[in-house]
Ligand binder design. Structure first.
Ligand code: CA
Length: 229
């Protein structure tokens, strides 16, 4: 079966990005751009999971929409907000949201949260997901969010992990810095490309001897899968 996910958001760019990444994972996406439209789309189409932006135009916002959905549905709900304000988070969670993301968020992070909630709510198991990415020496487990090199667990920050996961999902592929910025951080902006460079350097340091598996060219960064590295 295909899971159906509704996103209620008035910012076209965010909706486009979320739709792209969810569809790439094989989910069916339903969209609405304000509170009332979101409520009727939800009632008519009965999606399996809802992603609700808090700031919505129309007669009621994402928090009220969350409250209304929760009156008679138990589907997982993820709230989005532009502000990293704890009060929004507390209200969202107190009225029944299951998770929470602050914009700009990483698409990789969103997909991870969506899958975690689907697993919890429906015992969903990804049919084709490999248990680990990588080779015999360097392995990355997307479900446990663990990276192991020569039997040792590497301590990576969430951003470093997401970055490595994107690289290792596409062995031999060189990503430009702007592409990585979009995949991992969720936005594209020339100034942000230095952020990528910094995180790649940090990641390379933490990888130690496995750092040689990261290829760097003038075009960007990639992961070189080597069977007997
Ligand atoms: Ca909005």
């Amino acid at each position: 079966m295909t899971f159906r996910i509704i996103i209620v958001e008035d910012e076209e760019q965010t909706t486009k990005m979320v739709r792209f990444y969810l569809e790439r994972e094989g989910f069916t996406v339903i969209t609405a751009t304000d509170g009332p439209a979101g409520e009727s789309a939800f009632r008519q189409q009965q999606p399996d999971l809802a992603i609700l932006d808090i700031m919505l135009p129309g007669t009621f916002d994402g928090l009220e929409l969350c409250r209304r959905i929760r009156q008679d549905a138990t589907v997982p709900i993820i709230m989005l907000t532009a502000r990293a304000e704890d009060s929004d988070k507390a209200i969202g969670l107190s009225i029944g949201a299951d998770d929470y993301l602050t914009k700009p968020f990483s698409p990789t992070e969103l997909i991870a949260r969506v899958k975690a909630l689907l697993r919890r709510a429906y015992h969903y198991n990804e049919p084709l997901a490999p248990a680990t990415l990588g080779g015999p020496r360097l392995g990355l487990d997307p479900n446990r969010r663990q990276v192991i090199f020569d039997g040792q667990t590497l301590e990576l920050t969430p951003t470093e992990f997401n970055l490595l996961q994107v690289l290792m999902s596409n062995p031999g592929w060189v990503f430009t810095r702007s592409h990585l910025l979009e995949e991992v951080w969720g936005y594209s902006d020339e100034a942000g490309e230095d952020t990528v460079t910094t995180h790649v350097s940090n990641l390379r340091q933490k990888l130690g001897a496995a750092g040689t598996l990261l290829i760097r060219t003038s075009r960007g960064v990639g992961y070189a899968y080597q069977e007997d590295a």
